[in-house]
Design a binder for this molecule. Structure first.
Ligand code: TXE
Length: 481
C-alpha cells in the first residue's frame, strides 16, 4: 500500500514515530494509502529546517523566487491528469471537476504569486520638506499554513504560494482526510529545485500536527482555512503569543433570486452553486431565497433538474456528483436532513444516502437534496451543513430578504440574481458578506480580496492582500534637514 511521506528539509521522510493513519477512498469506502501520523516532534524538525532556510531564502532575489515558482506551476500543469485523478480518489469529487477547477487553479496560484511579487511595491509618505517616510515590507519568517479537505491542492497552494513568494519559509499541513496531492506537490517542488527547507509539509491529525504548528513559538504567523470551531481554537492559542492570523472559515451563503432575473441563467448557475463538489465549497449558496411571484416556476424547474443530476463513480464523466469526503461527514449531512424534517421541512427531492453497485457499494453518496417549508431562523437555515443540501424560501420584499440573508452568524459570500442594475448595487452594498456575486457564481479574479465577515473569518487572502499578510511593514523616517 502506498505510504505518503513528510517533506522536511528537502527530503521525503517517514514520521518520527513511524505511525500511520488509514487513508480512505470515499468513492469505494476502502483504505487505499497510509498517511504519516506525525506529531510535535515532526513539526519541530520542520520548523528547524524552515528557520535554517529562512536567512538565505528571504534575501534570494524576487526574480529567482519567481523563476522557481513558475517552474512549480508548469510542473502542476504538466501533471494535470495524474493530479486530477489523485484528487478525485482522495476526496470523492468528479475527476472532471478536479481537472477543470482544482488543479488548474493550483497551477494559477503559483503562477499568480510568481508574477505578483515582480509588481509589488511599498508606500512612501513625504512630509513636504521636513522628512520622507518609506515602508519596507520584509518577510516575517516561518509561516504556518493549515488547509482543509474540500479543495485540497487548490486551498493548500493558495496559502503556500504567496507565503514562499514573499520570502517566508513554511511549515504546512494539508487535511489528514485529503493529503495525497500535497504529497505529490512535494515531489514537484523537489523537481523544480525549490531549496531545501523553504517548504516543509507535515502530515497528520489537526489536534497533533495542526496544534503543534499553531503553538510553536518560532512560527509567528498562521494562515488557516477550515471550520469555524477550529478557527476559534487556533485564535485562542495564537492570540496570547501575538501571532499574525488569517482565518478563512465557514459559510451559510444566501442565493437571492429576484423575479426579474434571467431565469435560465439563474437556474443553471444555481444548480452549480448548490451542488458543485457535492456542496462542499465554503462559497456554495445553500439558502435559496426566491421572490414569491417566481417561486413555483423556479422550484419546479430547479427540482426537475436536480433529480436529473447523475450521482456516482467520480471517474465516470457522466456523473456530475461524486462521493462526499468521509463516512463521518456523510453521517453529519444525513443528520442535518433528519433535523430539517423534524423542523417541519418538506423534502422535494433527495434526502437520503445512495447505495451504488459493485466496488462503489461502500462509498459515501448522498442524493442532491432540496428542502422547502422551513423558517429562515431554524437550525437547518442557520448552521453550515457543507453537503448537497439546499433550502428554498419565498420572499416578498427586498427588505425582508436582506433580513433573511444577513440573519446567520456567517458572512462569507452571497449571490444575487436580478436584471435591475440599481437594485443589484443597492443589495450588494447592504449584504453582510465578504464577497457578492451578481448574476454569476465562483467567478474569480485572483487580484480581488477574498474572505468573510462575522464567524466566516478574519483577514483577506488574494492579490496583494496576501502579500501584505505574509510581510511585516516597517516605516523608515528620514529627516531631510
Ligand atoms: O475541518 P477542520 P473539518 C467546515 C465544514 C465541516 C467542518 C469541519 O462545515 O463540516 O468545517 O470540517 C486542521 N489546530 N469546513 O473537521 O477540523 C485539520 O487537520 C490546528 C469549512 O475537516 O477545521 C485540517 O487540516 N489545526 C471549510 C484543517 O484544520 C487543526 C472547509 C481543517 O479542519 C486543529 C472544510 C487544531 N486544533 C470544512 N484541528 C471552508 N471554509 O472551506 C483541526 N485542524
Amino acid at each position: 500500500m502506498q505510504k505518503i511521506r513528510n517533506y522536511i528539509n528537502g527530503e521525503l521522510i517517514e514520521p518520527f514515530d513511524k505511525q500511520y493513519i488509514d487513508n480512505y477512498n470515499p468513492a469505494t469506502g476502502k483504505v487505499y494509502s497510509l498517511i504519516p501520523d506525525s506529531d510535535e516532534k515532526d513539526v519541530k524538525l520542520a520548523a528547524e529546517a524552515a528557520l535554517a532556510a529562512f536567512p538565505k531564502w528571504s534575501v534570494t532575489s524576487k526574480e529567482e523566487r519567481s523563476r522557481i515558482l513558475l517552474k512549480i506551476s508548469e510542473l502542476i500543469e504538466r501533471d494535470i491528469e495524474r493530479l486530477a485523478i489523485a484528487e478525485s480518489v482522495d476526496n470523492g469529487k468528479p475527476v472532471a471537476l478536479a481537472k477543470m477547477v482544482d488543479i488548474p487553479r493550483a497551477a494559477s496560484n503559483f503562477h499568480f504569486y510568481a508574477t505578483a511579487i515582480l509588481h509589488y511595491s511599498s508606500e512612501s509618505h513625504a512630509m513636504e520638506d521636513v522628512a520622507i517616510n518609506y515602508t519596507l515590507r520584509n518577510p516575517v519568517g516561518v509561516a504556518g499554513c493549515i488547509s482543509p479537505w474540500n479543495l485540497p491542492l487548490y486551498l493548500f497552494t493558495w496559502k503556500v504560494a504567496p507565503a514562499i513568494a514573499s520570502g517566508n519559509c513554511v511549515v504546512a499541513k494539508p487535511s489528514e482526510i485529503t493529503p495525497m496531492t500535497a504529497y505529490l506537490l512535494s515531489e514537484l517542488c523537489i523537481e523544480a529545485g525549490l531549496p531545501k527547507g523553504v517548504l516543509n509539509i507535515v502530515h497528520g491529525h489537526g489536534h497533533k500536527v495542526g496544534s503543534a504548528i499553531t503553538s510553536h513559538p518560532k512560527i509567528p504567523l498562521i494562515s488557516f482555512t477550515g471550520g469555524t470551531k477550529t478557527g476559534a481554537e487556533i485564535a485562542r492559542v495564537a492570540a496570547p503569543m501575538f501571532k499574525k492570523l488569517s482565518l478563512e472559515l465557514g459559510g451559510k451563503n444566501p442565493n437571492i433570486i429576484f423575479a426579474d432575473c434571467n431565469f435560465d441563467n439563474a437556474v443553471k448557475t444555481t444548480l452549480n452553486s448548490s451542488f458543485a463538489n457535492q456542496g462542499q465549497i465554503c462559497l456554495c449558496g445553500s439558502r435559496i431565497f426566491i421572490e414569491r411571484s417566481l417561486y413555483e416556476k423556479f422550484k419546479t424547474e430547479f427540482v426537475a433538474k436536480t433529480k436529473a443530476m447523475r450521482v456516482g463513480n467520480p471517474a465516470d464523466g457522466n456523473n456530475k456528483i461524486g462521493a462526499v469526503v468521509s463516512k463521518a461527514h456523510m453521517e453529519k449531512i444525513l443528520s442535518y436532513i433528519e433535523l430539517a424534517k423534524q423542523e417541519g421541512g418538506s423534502i422535494l427531492c433527495g434526502g437520503h444516502q445512495l447505495k451504488m453497485e459493485g466496488e462503489f457499494s461502500e462509498g459515501y453518496y448522498i442524493a442532491p437534496t432540496v428542502i422547502e417549508g422551513l423558517p429562515y431562523n431554524c437550525r437547518t437555515n442557520q448552521e453550515e451543513i457543507f453537503g448537497p443540501v439546499v433550502t428554498l424560501t419565498p420572499f416578498d420584499t427586498e427588505e425582508e430578504v436582506l433580513m433573511y440573508a444577513n440573519s446567520t452568524q456567517y458572512g462569507l459570500a452571497a449571490i444575487v440574481w436580478t436584471e435591475n442594475l440599481t437594485r443589484a448595487h443597492r443589495v450588494a452594498n447592504l449584504l453582510h458578506s465578504g464577497i457578492v456575486w451578481i448574476n454569476c457564481w465562483l467567478l474569480r479574479d485572483l487580484r480581488t480580496p477574498f474572505g468573510g465577515v462575522k464567524s466566516s473569518g478574519v483577514g483577506r487572502e488574494g492579490g496583494f492582500e496576501a502579500l501584505h499578510f505574509f510581510t511585516e511593514p516597517k516605516n523608515v523616517c528620514i529627516k531631510l534637514k
